[in-house]
Design a protein around this ligand. Structure first.
Ligand code: SF4
Length: 170
């Protein structure tokens, strides 16, 4: 059967963002994946127990997802509440889902403190981004998945189609 791919639920049009919005990705590749039954959608923040709407959250200044997973940094909401636990729980659940389906490729929403793969906000809630990974992106990468942002879906598609079971080292 087709290799599946983990996709941020907000990219699939699900209204799961902190503000109740989605970030539907208009993409023929994504439509094809859907038609092929490859897509496994996940919102790590909801999977970790957060709700919609919720306050915006950022990883503490100077830190990124790996540090949160290691307990060396926190995720804070805009009121300063420590919400590291649901973020880590959401990452663990996203990885469990990936393992359940034998998934090795993920396409995650760039810029999110959970899903960001190349950039996240810098922790000051001032709108500045830094090159870093969110908590779920970091855990999936640690576990050996190939993780892409929505702007890299072509690349993700190439890896997905090349990487049928047994054809790659892992
Ligand atoms: Fe989208 Fe990920 Fe944020 Fe959920 S945690 S709303 S899937 S970016």
């Amino acid at each position: 059967s087709s290799q599946r791919v983990l996709v941020s639920a907000c990219l699939m049009g699900e209204p799961v963002r902190y503000d109740g919005a989605h970030k539907r990705l208009e993409s023929t590749i994504l439509q094809r994946w859907r038609a092929e039954g490859r897509v496994v959608a996940c919102c790590p923040e909801l999977a970790g127990g957060l709700s919609v709407p919720r306050l915006p959250a950022e990883i503490e200044p100077g830190a990124e997802g790996h540090a949160v997973l290691a307990g060396r940094a926190r995720v804070l909401d805009r009121q300063g509440r420590d919400i590291s636990v649901p973020f880590v729980e959401g990452a663990v659940r996203a990885l469990a889902l990936a393992r359940q389906y034998g998934i090795r490729v993920a396409v995650l929403k760039e810029g999110s403190p959970s899903c960001g793969t190349g950039h996240i906000y810098d922790g000051t809630f001032g709108g500045t981004m830094v090159a870093a990974q969110g908590v779920t992106a970091a855990l999936l990468i640690q576990a050996g998945l190939r993780v892409f942002s929505e702007t890299q879906i072509l690349e993700a598609d190439a890896v997905l189609r090349a990487g049928q079971p047994g054809s790659r080292d892992s």
